[in-house]
Structures are given as structure tokens and as C-alpha cells.
Design a protein around this ligand. Structure first.
Ligand code: FES
Length: 189
């Protein structure tokens, strides 16, 4: 009797171990699943060799439209001229990478890489090679905000801040931009 009881207990113990093993494996899979879903976004390499001077390329990155503007010497010169018409020429109020802390808001003056989302209500802007000022810039068709060719907003516009500069790397020899991150800007819209 005792021997049979002991044998049944062993069976039960084996069964319980099997159950616990399966349960913990399932639990592990459940915990691991969201981590896979939240994997870090992958950098994106963009060929910029085809973008003409003062021309624009657009690419979707992390669900946002990123524009790459190939600025001519004349356009670059307009960024260095009188900046009194700009709301925040030094981009002190805008969140942007350290490397963009210059009048061009870029790593290389010839190339602007920017998230093309107006900081007023999130519309996409259009690049115009000649705005009223005579220089190139971005115009928002929704409520009329104007930005210069570095994405800096002019004074007295609906948009409160300069447009976002993403994290990126650029290889001017290979004519490639590597987009790394595009979500540092404060959420307004
Ligand atoms: S969304 Fe651009 S001005 Fe309103």
C-alpha cells in the first residue's frame, strides 16, 4: 500500500515538473514577445547622388517624411546673411542634435536633412526655390508658416519652432545619408 502510494506520488511529481517546465517556457515566450515587437528601429541608408543643386529628395523614415535638400552656394549664403527675421536663428528653443547647432542646422552646409513636419499642426511643407525674400525656403500650405532653407521658422508665424533635425550620418564621398533616429522633437501635434 505504502509502496503503491509512494509510486503514485512519484508519478504526480514527474507530471507536476513537466507542467511547470511547460508553463515557464510559455511565460518566457510571452515576456519575450513584446521585446521583439519593440526592437530598435533600423538605420536607413539613402542614396543622395541624384539630388540636383537646390533640389529635394524625400524619404519615409520611422513613419515620418524626411527631406534632404542639396543647397547651392547661393542658398548657403542666404543662411549666413541677416537673421533678424527669424524667430529662433540659433535654434535655442528647438530640440535638435548638437551637430546641428550652426546656421545651416546640418553636418555639412551643402546638405540639409530634416523631418518635414510643420511644428504648428503637423502638416508637410513644400520647398520653394524663391520665396518673397528672394531666397529658398519651406512653406506650409495649411496655415502659411514660412521657414528658411535650414528649416528655421520666421517671426510671427503660426509655427512656434524650427523643424526637427534627425540623428544622421553623411558620407559626401559615397553620396549617402544614413538616417539613425527621428523622434527627438517635442510632440506638439
Ligand atoms: S500646420 Fe503648418 S502652419 Fe499650421
Amino acid at each position: 500500500m505504502c509502496e503503491r502510494f509512494a509510486k503514485e506520488t512519484d508519478d504526480e511529481r514527474t507530471e507536476r515538473r513537466r507542467f511547470l517546465k511547460t508553463a515557464s517556457a510559455l511565460l518566457g515566450a510571452t515576456v519575450a514577445a513584446p521585446m521583439v515587437a519593440r526592437a530598435a528601429p533600423q538605420p536607413k541608408v539613402v542614396d543622395i547622388s541624384h539630388i540636383p543643386l537646390d533640389g529635394l529628395g524625400t524619404v519615409d523614415f520611422e513613419g515620418k517624411p524626411v527631406v534632404i535638400l542639396h543647397r547651392s552656394k547661393q542658398t548657403i549664403a542666404t543662411l549666413e546673411r541677416d537673421q533678424s527675421g527669424l524667430a529662433d536663428p540659433g535654434s535655442h528653443s528647438s530640440q535638435q542634435p548638437k551637430f546641428a547647432d550652426n546656421p545651416y542646422r546640418s553636418k555639412v552646409p551643402e546638405w540639409l536633412v530634416m523631418v518635414n513636419i510643420c511644428t504648428h499642426a503637423g502638416c508637410h511643407t513644400n520647398y520653394q526655390q524663391r520665396m518673397e525674400s528672394g531666397a529658398g525656403g519651406f512653406f506650409c500650405p495649411c496655415h502659411g508658416s514660412r521657414f528658411d532653407a535650414a528649416g528655421r521658422v520666421f517671426r510671427n508665424q503660426p509655427a512656434p519652432w524650427n523643424m526637427e533635425i534627425p540623428e544622421y550620418a553623411i558620407d559626401t564621398q559615397k553620396k549617402q545619408v544614413q538616417l539613425i533616429h527621428a523622434d527627438r522633437v517635442r510632440r506638439l501635434y
